[in-house]
Design a protein around this ligand. Structure first.
Ligand code: PLP
Length: 397
């Protein structure tokens, strides 16, 4: 029987990340030695004290529903984190915990968008933003984060993209897929436009803890009380504490928005998984040493791999300062090696060089590819060597 699906899902674009990962898996199952650089999650296990806290909570019988917006003790831990890291003070009714930052963002767009409302999304963007906006009846409006401006949008560009239908702009710093961060000065200038034009700021800070060199993470919400009022901050423990599978993320901001999100959660998820909430309490209240150790491991990999990557003919790359991705422009490499597009180049890299990377077309910039360095240094070095050999061999034909 053919079932007619709802229009809203017919328009959904399948994730390019998942498509390439599936193809890599298929090759691996056939016995091919494929190295996957597609991962969007840290390759470390969740720190032991967090695992122990989860087990303890279950043994103590904390296996029932919790309040929809999260356990009071977890909200308290999150509020303390905001105080310590950003000097921001939130009340419990200004915080909602959800099933991962992804689901929190989904819930947010559901409660702030009416049909036709526009959301400004800088390119390159994390793949789920446009789809989530569309699922809520909204319209994504793309603003090009130009490579020569380190993939960051300017206040002028933002201003020009605003119409009377604009509801919000998304700022993702550090960014997936580019790893770049906005500076305090840049955020002040963007914030000024948002305040003048009265548009909401959705600040996705999920990679906050993964910053390198002299770069510093700044939340736009911490820059003035007005900006705090105008911003919904999104964060979570997935990337900072290597807890992607636990599904704990949260939003902080305007209490009416948080209340609406809580009402929606009460009818959709009831609450984030209780055990995972206890784990997240331990993540924030316990030692932050493992977070720093993981950050240092990522930084070391970045330093080694970056130089090798940009030495490949036809590769240029804005040096990331955060997250765990490299986002080189490989348009020249694709041309030099005789491919019509970067998508075709990516396909050949997988089939011939046995390295899986994600094409930039899925992130809105088709000249780039995304490589994740959330894998061992040994694998990374081998992968970059393979890519280098693949390109050099083809260039020399
Ligand atoms: C930019 C960005 N925001 C949000 C998320 C979602 O994280 P979570 O695992 O908390 O849903 C991701 C995960 O890949 C991400 O890259």
């Amino acid at each position: 029987m053919a079932i007619k699906l709802a229009n809203r899902v017919m328009a959904l674009t399948p994730s390019t990340t998942l498509a390439i990962t599936a193809k890599a898996k298929e090759l691996k199952e056939k016995g091919e030695d494929v190295i996957g650089l597609g991962a969007g999650e840290p390759d470390f296990n969740t720190p032991q004290h967090i695992l122990d806290a989860a087990v303890k909570s279950m043994n103590e019988g904390h296996t029932k529903y919790t309040p929809s917006a999260g356990l009071p003790a977890l909200k308290k831990a999150i509020i303390n984190k905001f105080e310590t890291d950003q000097g921001l003070s939130y009340k419990p009714n200004e915080v909602i915990v959800g099933n991962g930052a992804k689901h929190v963002l989904y819930t947010l767009f559901q409660v702030i968008l009416n049909d036709g409302d526009e959301v400004i999304i800088p390119t390159p963007y994390w793949v789920s933003y446009p789809e989530q906006v569309k699922l809520a009846g909204g319209v994504p409006v793309y603003v090009d984060g130009l490579e020569q401006n380190h993939f960051k949008i300017t206040p002028q560009q933002l201003k020009e993209a605003i119409t009377d239908k604009t509801k919000a702009v998304i700022i993702n710093s550090p960014s997936n897929p580019t790893g770049v961060l906005y500076t305090e000065k840049e955020l002040i200038e963007l914030g000024k436009v948002c305040l003048e034009e009265d548009i909401l700021i959705v600040s996705d800070e999920i990679y906050e803890k993964l910053v390198y060199g002299s770069a510093q993470h700044v939340s736009i919400a911490q820059l003035s009380p007005d900006l705090k009022e105008q911003t919904i901050v999104i964060n979570g423990v997935s990337k900072s504490h290597s807890m992607t599978g636990w599904r704990i993320g949260y939003a902080a901001g305007n209490k009416q928005v948080i209340e609406a999100m809580t009402n929606l959660a009460s009818h959709s998820t009831s609450n984030p998984t209780t055990t995972a909430q206890y784990a997240a309490i331990a993540a924030y209240n316990g030692s932050q040493e493992p977070v720093e150790e993981m950050r240092q491991a990522f930084e070391k990999r970045l330093e080694i791999i970056y130089d090798k990557l940009v030495a490949i003919p036809g590769f240029t790359c804005v040096k990331p300062q955060g997250a765990f991705y490299l986002y080189p422009n490989v348009k020249n490499a694709a041309e030099l090696t005789g491919f019509n597009s970067v998508d075709d180049f990516v396909e050949a890299l997988l089939v011939e060089a046995k390295v899986a990377v994600i094409p930039g077309s899925g992130f809105g910039t088709p000249d780039n590819i995304r490589l994740s360095y959330a894998t061992s240094l040994e694998q990374l070095e081998k992968a970059v060597e393979r890519i280098g050999q693949f390109v050099t061999a083809k260039v020399n034909i």
